[in-house]
Design a protein around this ligand. Structure first.
Ligand code: SF4
Length: 411
């Protein structure tokens, strides 16, 4: 593990060349992978999304990394991930994430096993020097791997500012455990998780990134870059800087650096290849985008608020707006997580298990996370909007998304 992080730029759209250059500049896989290694390639496959939308690590990057791994003739290689909390329980699934990112085809083409970590056996593991999680359940496939290569995509995150190769390891936990990490304090929980399953190498898919609310195509950011490093902490510092985010604001990077006696700052890193300064862009944060897109909706987040409720809410509100009910959402306050002082005004809707029993709420949507249909119906009832019209708008928008994804996959 070194402090060197490589940045390469795609030339003529050649992803494989850029990945090979980045990994070589960052020191390669020679010392990491031997004939005895059991390797897990761990791409971020958080939720089904169109290719090149910036939401998931793309099949092209996963393919290039997996080829490099296979060239070392390891004992075994698995490509695995588990989609975010709330998936694989009906609705979208990890398999659909693999399908839409192109990773299913990559695994078949390269003859590598593809594994849904949400459906894997899991094992409770003690966390050494835990900050908030004394123990954590981890998918057995991850524990059985000697080498973990994390492939996140360059994205902002509504709770942790950035989600990169360390936070990508959340896919190693089963769904309920992912939610537990939010309740306990996400940044500290990521450090605890990485104390057990720290990635051995990071290759960040920065070909296309995503900002704000992760809404495609509005929040997609073209970057044309690959970032690689043998120390995932330093790779993430560089990834954050490329999004214009000060790494000092990303607490899990700071906590982990402190635990390992390092500094999560650019000055501590030898950046090779392209420079951060020339290639950085300003990515907007989730709430900046939310406020500009939905100025009349007020969101209150408690400590335990997580992307489960947040994602469903953003999608519900988007479809209500698309259906023509933006005016009806004036003075709407939505509470996520265990907030106590909501400072609410107007109509108040409390979301999920965390906000159950909130005083002063006009309505509550149960679940963890609540089902999207139930959320839309409750919000519509409180705002006096026609839920059937919103549901029909959602079905139409979803169909278009899937049709676009399918035609991109065929190409
Ligand atoms: S209720 Fe919502 S905010 Fe709370 S843990 Fe569940 S999904 Fe996250």
């Amino acid at each position: 593990m070194t402090n060197r992080v490589a940045i390469t730029r795609l030339s003529a759209g050649d992803v494989e060349k850029a990945v090979r250059e980045a990994v070589a500049l960052a020191g390669g896989f020679d010392e990491l992978i031997s004939g005895a290694s059991r390797v897990l390639v761990k791409p971020n496959q958080c939720k089904p999304s169109p290719r090149h939308s910036g939401c998931q690590a793309d099949g092209d990057v996963v393919e290039a990394v997996t080829k490099l791994v296979l060239e070392r003739n390891p004992k075994s290689v698995v490509i695995g991930d588990g989609a975010i909390a709330g998936y694989d329980f009906g609705g979208f699934s990890t398999q659909e994430s693999f399908d839409t990112s192109g990773v299913t085809d990559v695994a078949a083409r390269l003859g590598v096993e593809l594994r849904n970590l949400n459906a894997d056996q899991s094992v409770e593991v003690k966390v050494p020097g835990a900050l908030v999680m004394d123990s954590v359940r981890i998918a057995k496939t991850v524990l059985d791997s000697d080498v973990i290569i994390s492939i996140p995509v360059l994205k902002t995150h509504i709770r942790t500012h950035a989600t990169l190769s360390l936070k990508n390891m959340k896919g190693a936990m089963p769904g309920a455990e992912k939610r537990k990490s939010h309740r306990l304090g996400l940044d500290q929980a990521i450090v605890d998780l990485c104390s057990v399953v720290r990635p051995h190498y990071a290759v960040i898919d920065a070909t296309v990134g995503m900002q704000g609310l992760w809404q495609y195509p509005d929040d997609t950011r073209e970057m044309g870059l690959i970032v690689a490093g043998s120390d995932a902490l330093y790779a993430d510092v560089v990834g954050a800087a490329l999004m214009g985010i000060d790494p000092a604001r990303i607490m899990h990077l700071q906590y982990l650096a402190e635990k390992e006696g390092k500094k999560a700052v650019l000055d501590a890193i030898e950046v090779v290849g392209e420079s951060v300064e020339k290639n950085a862009k300003h990515f907007l944060m989730g709430f900046e985008v939310f406020q500009s897109r939905y100025p009349d909706v007020h969101i209150v987040q408690g400590e335990s608020a997580c992307s489960g409720c947040t994602n469903e809410l953003v999608s519900a509100i988007t479809y209500m707006k698309q259906a023509g009910f933006e005016d009806k959402m004036k003075d709407l306050t939505v509470v996520i997580g265990n907030a106590s002082d909501i400072g609410a005004r107007g109509k108040v809707v409390a979301l999920g298990k965390c906000a159950a029993g909130l005083e002063g709420a006009d309505a509550h949507v149960p679940g963890c996370p609540p089902k999207e249909d139930a959320m839309i119906r409750t919000l519509c009832e409180v705002c006096e909007a026609d839920a059937d019209v919103v549901m029909a708008t959602m079905a139409k928008a979803r169909k278009k998304l899937w049709d676009d994804s399918s035609s991109a996959l065929k190409q």
